[in-house]
Write a new protein. Structure first.
Length: 326
């Protein structure tokens, strides 16, 4: 079998993993945790620079002890925070040259999709990809993952984090918002912003912050979740009807939210479609998703020389030729 080492480091997590066709062979993760507020790109990059040596040393030790050879080095080429991406790319280039194996630049968004397909056995789904910086509805068509709808301003994860900071909810805010939302069933009206196949979150966050002056925090958290998740599900359902596909895959860190999963499950049941979501450890950023997508790319011949391995901060998923799917 072909073994690929993948390194993820677009934002919070610095994670390295080795996979082959049979599964995940090894994985080591070190997470940046800010003392206050949200992520700071310079601090995150410094964390990655400090941690990448020990992380790679440990993953290679595990491979050596288990007799695992490395046939390719994959890294998150983008999108993400430039300082973080460059740290990971430097480590990947060094390993590729040291082991004299191919270098593979992986699109972070596509990796979320492919690890989800791998872990759930979904075949050809409409994908709702929701993370800190990204919110997109995609589907495979004619050699690429086409974007049917996306956020017009900020990603859903960033939106929830902005609200949580205003509400003095400690980071990360999403899980605490979910916990508080379960304590209420009272809906406070908030703007519902779907524009065609796209959506917007910044106005809703402002309205939710203002509503805290006259309403319990639990009610606002409940209303906020119900509103933004309904928007996401609506666009996903419209893409499902348009493409005539019969599967929906949830990907990205915000996909760990149980209420979003519940709403998507109900929608899919009503449409006669199958709903898929991988286990939560593969929803957030992880090295296994980079390694597995790198494996697919290696097998399809999509490697890059060091001279073309510059990071791409705004690397959109529809820029990737998906040569491993027919």
């Amino acid at each position: 079998m072909t073994n690929v080492l993948g390194i993820e480091g677009t934002a919070w997590n610095l994670s390295a993993a080795v996979v082959n066709e049979a599964g995940v062979l090894a994985e080591v993760t070190d997470t940046y945790r800010p003392k206050t507020g949200g992520i700071h790109p310079r601090e995150a990059a410094q964390h990655h620079a400090d941690a990448i040596g020990p992380v790679l040393k440990e993953i290679l030790r595990q491979c050596r002890d288990a007799g695992i050879s490395i046939d390719g080095i994959a890294f998150s080429q983008g999108p993400g925070m430039g300082p973080c991406l460059r740290t990971v790319a430097t480590g990947a280039r060094a390993l590729s040259q040291a082991f004299e194996v191919p270098l593979i630049g992986v699109n972070h968004c596509v990796a979320h999709i492919e690890v989800g397909r791998w872990m759930t056995k979904a075949d050809d789904p409409v994908v709702l990809y929701v993370s800190g910086a990204n919110s997109q509805v995609l589907a495979y068509r004619q050699g690429r993952y086409r974007i049917f709808g996306e956020t017009l301003d900020i990603g859903i994860g960033n939106a929830l984090d902005k609200f949580s900071r205003a509400a003095d909810i400690p980071h990360p805010g999403g899980p605490k918002i979910e916990e508080l939302a379960k304590q209420s069933k009272r809906y406070v009206p908030l703007p519902y912003v779907v524009k065609g196949m796209d959506f917007s979150f910044s106005g809703i966050m402002t309205a939710a912050k203002d509503a805290m002056a006259d309403n319990p925090l639990e009610d606002i958290c409940y209303s906020l979740q119900e509103t933004v998740f309904a928007m996401l599900v609506e666009v996903t359902e419209r893409a499902l009807a348009h493409t005539r596909k019969s599967e929906v895959l949830l990907a990205g860190g915000v996909g760990a939210n149980s209420r979003l999963r519940e709403m998507l499950t109900i929608m899919c049941e009503e449409r006669g479609a199958m709903f898929y979501a991988p286990e939560k450890r593969f929803m957030g950023d992880n090295g296994a998703m980079i390694a597995y997508t790198g494996l697919l790319q290696l097998q399809s011949g999509a490697t890059i020389p060091v001279s073309e391995s510059q990071v791409i901060v705004d690397y959109r998923p529809d820029m990737v030729e998906v040569g491993w799917r027919k």
